[in-house]
Design a protein around this ligand. Structure first.
Ligand SMILES: CC(C)(COP(=O)(O)OP(=O)(O)OC[C@H]1O[C@@H](n2cnc3c(N)ncnc32)[C@H](O)[C@@H]1OP(=O)(O)O)[C@@H](O)C(=O)NCCC(=O)NCCS
Length: 180
């Protein structure tokens, strides 16, 4: 595949910040009235994509979602607020952080319920990778997240290599199954 063109733009973290609020309805919950984990992941994916769109200004696809801790249950009728921003931009990929809070509408109490990191890849309308602008971290928190994102990328790369080797071994075993 041809290498995508270099992107000379620079964007700030603030310009990528995105937010979504949802009211949790019966369709979103299990029989105990708690928000379904898969539904929460869907909201996280959407909010993460908003930040990635704002940074890349092109189409994006989700390449990875790191493990998510469901810290507290979200109840039917709660207001769910999700906030996202790009932590670091690489060549065609961006790491986005998403943090989620639930608000009890009767008491007004707000609790942190989940956090996740996602990687989005910028692509054009034909699915060809696009280089993304550089991200400029400005505040101490943004600079810390920027550095942490590089460590997580290195960890993901090691994991990708390990999984790809495992797939090769499995494919070889499937091609030549042991004789009875
Ligand atoms: C994500 C995808 C575009 C990567 O394509 P690819 O040809 O494997 O790309 P490469 O290996 O050349 O990597 C391209 C970039 O993606 C990143 N990437 C690819 N797979 C990744 C993964 N599993 N986790 C994190 N980053 C990943 C690479 O680090 C690289 O980033 P960089 O350009 O910033 O250095 C491709 O695997 C894909 O289309 N996957 C399906 C996406 C999808 O359908 N998502 C759900 C719906 S949106």
């Amino acid at each position: 595949m041809n290498e995508p063109e270099r992107n000379c733009l620079v964007r700030t973290v603030a310009s990528t910040q995105s937010e979504m609020t949802e009211i949790i309805l019966p369709n979103d919950t299990n029989i105990l009235g708690n928000l379904l984990g898969g539904r929460l992941m869907h909201f996280i994916d959407l909010t993460g994509a908003m930040a990635a769109y704002r940074h890349s200004r092109t189409h994006v696809v989700t390449a990875a979602m790191d493990h998510i801790d469901f810290i507290r249950p979200v109840r039917l009728g709660d207001l769910l607020t999700l906030k996202s921003s790009v932590n670091r931009a690489f060549t065609s990929s961006m790491e986005v952080g998403v943090k989620v809070w639930a608000e009890n509408t009767r008491t007004g109490g707000v609790v942190h319920v989940a956090s996740a990191y996602l990687v989005f890849v910028a692509v054009d309308e034909h699915g060809r990778r696009q280089n993304v602008p550089e991200l400029l971290p400005e505040t101490p928190d943004e600079i810390r997240r920027h550095a942490d994102a590089l460590r997580r990328r290195e960890h993901r790369e090691r994991e990708r290599v390990r999984q790809s080797r495992e797939r090769e071994v499995t494919a070889a075993q499937d091609a030549c199954p042991p004789q009875p």
